[in-house]
Design a protein around this ligand. Structure first.
Ligand SMILES: [Zn+2]
Length: 139
């Protein structure tokens, strides 16, 4: 089962509940935005379609990234406040490379107490119930 945790927009798929229910073996929902097996929500993503069409691995490769309405709407969607982290994520990917960034994200989204994974939304670890840093820590 192959996973790819970097989204075109700079989102870290590894902290998504759809990925977590897949990696934990509950349901086979999603393997990441850049794979052929994504959640319905992300299969229809217009940002992804745009990046693919232009041949980019990340939106920052595009000269219109700072003014892109599609990306702005996505970022400031109040239903998904963790989207606000994508610019910061893309800066880090640009600076240190995606491999380093993915390794950092993997650690960032692991509970420091038990090593279990948690999602953007979790304020406490789903495994051990100790406090964890939700998406809010990245804003
Ligand atoms: Zn834990």
């Amino acid at each position: 089962m192959e996973f790819q945790m970097d989204g075109y927009c700079g989102l870290y798929c590894g902290a998504c509940p759809a990925i977590l229910e897949t990696t934990s073996g509950k349901k086979d929902t999603c393997h990441g935005c850049k794979t052929d097996h994504t959640a319905d929500h992300c299969a229809a993503c217009e940002i992804k379609a745009c990046a693919q069409q232009k041949g980019y691995r990340f939106c920052y490769e595009c000269s219109e990234v700072k003014s892109c309405e599609m990306l702005r709407t996505f970022m400031f969607d109040e239903r998904y406040p963790y989207h606000l982290s994508v610019m910061k994520n893309m800066d880090a990917i640009q600076q240190n490379g995606v491999t380093v960034w993915l390794a950092e994200q993997e650690v960032r989204w692991q509970c420091k107490h038990c090593g279990g994974s948690f999602s953007w939304w979790d304020e406490t670890c789903p495994q051990c119930a100790k406090p964890v840093a939700s998406y809010k820590a990245d804003l």
